[in-house]
Design a binder for this molecule. Structure first.
Ligand SMILES: [Fe+2]
Ligand SMILES: [Fe+2]
Length: 194
């Protein structure tokens, strides 16, 4: 799905179902972090008008997702818990080339990093939409899956737009290869990327 090389073991859904409160809290913060990441891109690249416009729209959409997940938490009589660590995202972050690299190289990596988080989240949402017992959550995750697939496309489009002399396709392949290595450790916890 969306170029990902390694599918998540569907048994991850069984783990998630044991603790819906946990997955919803973690998921809410995934949406908040997606919005924060888009805000950071605006702060780092204010001169890139198309990026600023796309990220402004994305921040609003991610925060509306946050609000929807928060609503599900409240509706079930719970409250939002503390932010959960996302080790998967921390592992992915290490692949971004920073330091002395040219500005466009770092930007493309930041965009591909964002695209892959969208892709993996989308894949996890699809699994939930197809396998979770809770009917309401099945519909909810189907809607979100469609939305996150659109975000993936936005990030890939921006990476190509601002790549200058960089070969975005071959860098995307490297990212997909790297992601397939790190994801092997995951699929065992009741968090969105756990
Ligand atoms: Fe989202
Ligand atoms: Fe997203």
């Amino acid at each position: 799905m969306l170029g990902l090389k390694l599918p998540t073991d569907p048994r991850w859904v069984n783990i998630v179902e044991q603790n819906i409160a946990e997955i919803l809290t973690d998921h809410a913060f995934c949406e908040q972090k997606a919005a924060s990441n888009a805000i950071s891109l605006i702060v780092w690249y204010p001169e890139l008008t198309d990026l600023v416009k796309e990220m402004t729209a994305l921040v609003q959409e991610e925060m509306s997702h946050f609000s929807m997940v928060h609503g599900k938490i409240i509706q079930r009589g719970w409250q939002l818990g503390k932010e959960r660590k996302d080790q998967y995202v921390n592992d992915l972050l290490k692949f971004i080339r920073t330091g002395s690299h040219k500005r466009n190289i770092v930007l493309v990596d930041r965009l591909l990093f964002s695209a892959l988080i969208e892709a993996r989240s989308c894949e996890r949402f699809r699994l939930l939409s197809e396998n979770i017992q809770d009917e309401e959550l099945r519909i909810f995750y189907h809607e979100l899956m469609v939305s996150e697939a659109g975000h993936y496309t936005t990030f890939i489009k921006l990476a190509k737009k601002y790549s200058e002399d960089m070969d975005t396709e071959s860098r995307l392949k490297e990212w997909l290869e790297y992601e397939s290595e790190i994801i092997k450790k995951y699929g065992v916890k009741e968090t969105m990327h756990g």
